[in-house]
Ligand binder design. Structure first.
Ligand SMILES: *Cc1c(COP(=O)(O)O)cnc(C)c1O
Length: 372
C-alpha cells in the first residue's frame, strides 16, 4: 500500500513539543507573555524590521493595519485579481471596496502598470500579495505609491523565505502581514504577524490589537479607541519560537522540494514559480502552469491524483469570479491561467520518491511518456 501524499503538513519536532509543553505548564500569570515577546523579537530579527505584533491570523493583521491607515466606507484598495479571499475580505470589513487588477503572466502577481491605472481619488492603499512565494515587482509598486502618496502594503503570508533585492518579503511596504496557518511554511496552527518600520503605525496597531487600550494607559478597563481582538496566545507563540529557530531548515526543505519538481518536470511544456534575477523564492507552493495551447485538463489531473492517493489543489480562482463580486472577465491573464494550473503537494518531509510519484502522474495526465 502506497503512502498517501498530503498537500501540506507541518514539521513538528521535539523542540516545538518542548516549548509548547513549557508554555502550557508554566506560561501563565506573570509569564503569560514570555513566548509572545520572544517570538516577536525573533521574527523581527529574521525579517529585518523594527516592529512586530503577533496576531491570531493574517486576516486579523490585515484588518488592523488597513484600519490604522484609515481605510473606511467608500474607499478603494487595489489588489490583484488572482488571490485568496483572505487578502480581499478585510478590505470589505471596513466598508471599503477591493479593486481588482490583472496579474503579470510570469509571476502571477499584481501588474504594477494596471495598478497605477486603477488609482482614483478614493484609493487608500495597494496590496502587494507575493503569490505562492513569487515576488511582486516591489521597486515599481513602491515608486507608484510614492508618486501618488498611496501606501503599498505587503501580504507576505505565502512568502516567508522570499527575498527581493536583499530585502525579505514583508519588510518593504508600509506594513507587512504573515500567516502561520497550518498550511504555511512556518506554522503555529493558527496565527499571524503584523510588521512595520513605522513607529506611529506600530503604536496605533498595538493599541487596536488590545481592544483599543493604549500602552501606558493606567486606568483599568479603559479603551482609548474601538479596537479589535486578534491576539496570539502564549502557547501558539511557543510553537512559533521553535519554528523560527528552525526557519532556515523549513525554507530549505521547501526550496529542495521545488527543485525536485522542476527537475522532474523539465521536459514538459509548462512553467513553474519563477525566481527572477536578484530574488530568492521561498517556494511556499510549487505550482505548474501548462503552456497555452497545450491540451490539459486540470480536473482530470486532480482525479488522477486522487486515484494515486495524492492531494493536489486548484490554482486560485479569479476573485471577481466568486459569487460576492461582479465578474471582470476582461482580466484576461487571471481568467486565462487558472484552468491551466495546479498546486502540487510540498510538505517538509516529502521524499524525492514521493515527488517523482507526483511527477509521474503529471506526465500521465499530459499523455506523455516519462522521459527521465
Ligand atoms: C493564508 C493566507 C492568508 C490568510 O491567513 P490567515 O492566517 O488564515 O488569516 C492571507 N493572505 C494570503 C496570501 C494567504 O496565503
Amino acid at each position: 500500500m502506497k503512502n498517501r501524499i498530503l498537500y501540506t503538513k507541518p514539521s513538528i519536532t521535539e523542540k516545538e513539543v518542548e516549548y509548547a509543553t513549557d508554555a502550557a505548564r508554566n506560561g501563565w500569570g506573570e509569564r503569560c507573555h514570555e513566548y509572545i515577546n520572544r517570538f516577536e523579537e525573533s521574527f523581527k530579527q529574521h525579517l529585518g524590521v523594527h516592529y512586530a505584533i503577533a496576531t491570531s491570523s493574517c486576516s486579523g493583521a490585515l484588518h488592523m493595519g488597513l484600519a490604522a491607515l484609515g481605510v473606511g466606507p467608500g474607499d478603494e484598495v487595489i489588489l490583484a485579481e488572482t488571490n485568496w479571499i483572505a487578502s480581499a475580505a478585510p478590505i470589505t470589513y471596513l466598508g471599503a471596496k477591493p479593486v481588482f487588477v490583472d496579474i503579470l503572466p510570469d509571476t502571477w502577481c499584481i501588474n504594477p502598470e494596471l495598478a497605477e491605472a486603477a488609482i482614483t481619488p478614493r484609493t487608500r492603499a495597494i496590496v502587494a500579495v507575493h503569490l505562492y512565494g513569487n515576488l511582486c515587482e516591489m521597486d515599481q509598486l513602491l515608486a507608484i505609491g510614492d508618486k501618488h502618496g498611496i501606501p503599498v502594503i505587503e501580504d507576505a503570508a505565502e512568502a516567508i523565505g522570499s527575498i527581493y533585492h536583499d530585502k525579505r518579503a514583508g519588510s518593504m511596504g508600509r506594513f507587512g502581514t504573515f500567516s502561520f496557518h497550518g498550511t504555511k511554511t512556518l506554522t503555529t496552527g493558527e496565527g499571524g504577524m503584523f510588521v512595520t518600520n513605522d513607529p506611529d503605525l506600530y503604536e496605533h496597531v498595538l493599541t487596536l490589537s488590545n481592544h483599543g487600550r493604549a500602552r501606558g494607559q493606567t486606568k483599568q478597563f479603559w479603551p482609548d479607541m474601538l479596537g479589535f481582538k486578534y491576539k496570539m496566545s502564549n502557547i501558539q507563540a511557543a510553537i512559533g519560537c521553535a519554528q523560527i529557530e528552525r526557519i532556515d531548515e523549513l525554507i530549505h526543505a521547501k526550496r529542495n522540494i521545488f527543485l525536485g519538481y522542476r527537475e522532474g518536470l523539465k521536459d514538459l511544456p509548462l512553467r513553474m514559480n519563477p525566481e527572477k534575477i536578484d530574488t530568492v523564492n521561498g517556494y511556499w507552493m510549487p505550482t505548474i502552469v501548462v503552456d497555452e495551447g497545450v491540451p490539459f485538463d486540470r480536473d482530470h489531473l486532480l482525479a488522477l491524483f486522487r486515484k494515486e492517493g495524492i492531494d493536489g489543489r486548484v490554482f486560485f480562482w479569479p476573485l471577481s469570479s466568486l459569487p460576492m463580486f461582479d465578474a471582470q472577465i476582461e482580466h484576461q491573464v487571471s481568467y486565462g491561467i487558472y484552468l491551466r494550473a495546479c498546486n502540487l503537494p510540498s510538505y517538509h518531509d516529502m521524499s524525492i520518491a514521493d515527488i517523482n510519484r507526483v511527477c509521474k502522474v503529471i506526465y500521465e495526465s499530459m499523455q506523455r511518456g516519462r522521459e527521465y
